[in-house]
Structures are given as structure tokens and as C-alpha cells.
Design a protein around this ligand. Structure first.
Ligand code: GDP
Ligand code: CA
Length: 337
């Protein structure tokens, strides 16, 4: 391929940001200078919420902070070296959620965002503005400009915002189903369908298939754009050796009747030949034996190392960066880029 490749990644927060770092690293390693022109990330906004009067966008912020290199990699969320003075004060007032920590620097982000939203900017405009502070090396787009929450419905009919179920209850309350009320009336954010249509490759990050990639695919226009793009679609399994790497995606998969296995997630996305999404699915070496099942679905299986952190040295940033870039390169190569 000549010129700058155009890559679109669909992503959630944790697996999403690690993978996006890897794709950016792979593009840089190939000598692409302007990676922001090459890499568009469509981010899940189903986790977004209003709290203490400010708008939080957990997945958008995880990716922004990671690309800027100011994230707390060890904790997995928020800003490096953050303090919690304002959070303590909010708790003294009995405001917000006592189990949901908002760092001081993080609150600065939320205040800036909320101010701009109040001035009438759309979430797309706000994210564009927020992308200028640091050299992110990627263009970030929210999946939609409409506020659509991910709601967890329990077996007794109780309805919880995803953040409350995830952070307060650590996903221990068995979900009956997940809903995105109003999503059928939403539309993809400006630029999303166009980016997919004009892409040389579309990559599904190893994000939570149910509550990160699921809401993105549920936005009217996104699935249609994916089905009609001439670009190959390559997915990366978030499941390694039958287990989630981090988080509680297994609980989410069980709730929608999908086994926690790399092959079952591939089946959930489906093969393009039969109306689904995937041309190619990257599986971990630990899941080698499932390659034949994936091929049986009409999806090309490729077995690659899928760990993006070093389990033996979890805080080793250089080891993680190497693994991330290797996975980014594997995904680009799988898409023929
Ligand atoms: P969230 O929005 O913060 O929940 O993050 P995502 O939805 O983007 O990512 C959560 C998923 O990332 C989990 O299902 C994990 O299994 C997956 N994940 C995290 N780290 C890795 C990794 O190193 N390799 C792979 N293949 N998946 C990972
Ligand atoms: Ca998330």
C-alpha cells in the first residue's frame, strides 16, 4: 500500500486503550509520521454518566489519557499521580456516589467538557477540542452525539446504570440483560460512517463484546457501514485461554447466553459471508485448538500472542509497549495493510 493507510478501530476503555496504543505504535514503527491522519478510533459512550453535575466519559478518557501518556497504568483508570481532595469534599457534602472516586485532575477534564457542552458544543466537537492538548496521534470520535446509557436489568427487574453495577457492585449482581434505551433513535456521530466507508482496515479492539463493542454496533448506521465497507474487518479476542484478561466480560457474556471463549465471541460477531462482521479473528496461542471452530464459522482464524501486558512484570511499561505494538502490527498485517 502506498500513502497513509486509513485505519478505524472500535474500542472500549481498558482493552481498547491498550490496543489503540499498539496500533499507533505499529504505524509509527512503519514510518507513518502523521498517525492522527491514519488512525480513527470510534469510542463507546454507553458508560457515560452525569455525576455531581459533570459529564463523565470513562472510555473516552481512558483512551485519551493513555494516548497522552498521562494515565495511571497500574490502577487502570484515571490520571497518573492524581489526588482526591475534591472527592473527599463531595463526600462530606453527601454529593455524588461515595463508591465512585473522581480524581482532582480527572475532575478538571470533566469540568472543561461540561462547560463546553453547556456552551452548546456537541460531544464530537468537545472531543475534537480535547484532542489538541496533547499529541494523541489519533483522531477520537464518540460513537454517537446522543446520550444513550447502558442499563443493566437484573432478574427482579431492577435497573441500574452500567457504572453503578460495574463499580459499586463489581458486576456481582447477575444481569438478566443489557439495554441502551433510546439507541434506536440515535445516529452515528459525524464522521463515523464515513471513516468506516473510506477505511483500508477496520479493527475491533479486544474490548468487552457486550458493553463496549455492543453499544457501538447498536448505534443505527454503524453496523450498516461495517457490512458495506470494502475494508477488511479484523477482530482481536478479549478472551485468552477461556478467561477474560481483566474486568468482568465473562459475566456480561453469560448474561446474553454466550460462552466465555474466543470462538464463541467470534460467533457472536459473526462472519461477513453470513451477514456478520468478521473477515479475520485473532486468537491467542492458548486458544490454538479453537482455530478450527472459527474457520468453521467462515472466519479466517489467525493465532497470535494476544497479551498486551507482561503478567510476570505487570508494571513494566516497556514490556507492555512492545507487546501492544506487536499486536497492533499483527492486526494491521492481518488486514493486509
Ligand atoms: P472497559 O471499557 O474499561 O471495560 O474496557 P474494554 O471493554 O475496552 O476492555 C475490557 C476487555 O479487555 C476485557 O474483556 C479484557 O479481557 C480485555 N483485555 C484487557 N487486557 C487485554 C490484553 O492484554 N489482551 C487481550 N487480548 N485482551 C485484553
Ligand atoms: Ca467501559
Amino acid at each position: 500500500m502506498t500513502g497513509t493507510p486509513r485505519i478505524v478501530v472500535l474500542a472500549g476503555g481498558v482493552g481498547g486503550s491498550r490496543f489503540v496504543l499498539g496500533v499507533r505504535g505499529a504505524l509509527r514503527a512503519r514510518g507513518v509520521d502523521d498517525t492522527a491522519a491514519a488512525l480513527t478510533v470510534v469510542v463507546n459512550t454507553g458508560d457515560d454518566i452525569w455525576l455531581s453535575g459533570v459529564r463523565l466519559q470513562p472510555d473516552v478518557d481512558s483512551i485519551t489519557y493513555a494516548l497522552a501518556g498521562v494515565n495511571d497504568a497500574e490502577r487502570g483508570w484515571g490520571r497518573q499521580g492524581d489526588s482526591e481532595r475534591v472527592n473527599h469534599e463531595l463526600q462530606e457534602w453527601g454529593a455524588g456516589w461515595p463508591w465512585f472516586t473522581l480524581g482532582d485532575l480527572d475532575l478538571g477534564t470533566h469540568l472543561a467538557r461540561t462547560g463546553w457542552l453547556r456552551e452548546g458544543l456537541t460531544p464530537t466537537d468537545v472531543l475534537e477540542r480535547m484532542s489538541h492538548r496533547w499529541d494523541l496521534g489519533a483522531r477520537l470520535l464518540p460513537m454517537t452525539d446522543t446520550e444513550v446509557d447502558t442499563i443493566v436489568v437484573l432478574h427482579d427487574g431492577t435497573r441500574l446504570h452500567f457504572q453503578e453495577w460495574w463499580t459499586r457492585h463489581r458486576a456481582t449482581l447477575a444481569p438478566a440483560r443489557f439495554e441502551n434505551p433510546g439507541i434506536e433513535a440515535a445516529s452515528a456521530a459525524p464522521g463515523v460512517a464515513e471513516a468506516i466507508a473510506e477505511a483500508d482496515a477496520v479493527l475491533l479492539a479486544p474490548s468487552n463484546p457486550v458493553v463496549s463493542i455492543g453499544p457501538i454496533l447498536a448505534v443505527p448506521g454503524v453496523r450498516e457501514a461495517l457490512c458495506s465497507t470494502p475494508a477488511p474487518i479484523v477482530g482481536v479476542s478479549p478472551i485468552i485461554g477461556g478467561k477474560v484478561v481483566r474486568g468482568m466480560a465473562d459475566v456480561c457474556l453469560t448474561a446474553i447466553g454466550v460462552e466465555t471463549s474466543a470462538a464463541a465471541v467470534a460467533a457472536l460477531y459473526g462472519s461477513r459471508a453470513s451477514g456478520g462482521l468478521l473477515d479475520t479473528w485473532l486468537l491467542a496461542e492458548e486458544d490454538d485448538a479453537l482455530a478450527v471452530d472459527v474457520a468453521g464459522l467462515g472466519i479466517r482464524p489467525l493465532v497470535r500472542p494476544l497479551w498486551m501486558t507482561d503478567a510476570s512484570a505487570p508494571s513494566s511499561l516497556s514490556a507492555s509497549a512492545e507487546r501492544q505494538t506487536a499486536l497492533g502490527e499483527a492486526a494491521l498485517a492481518a488486514a493486509g495493510v
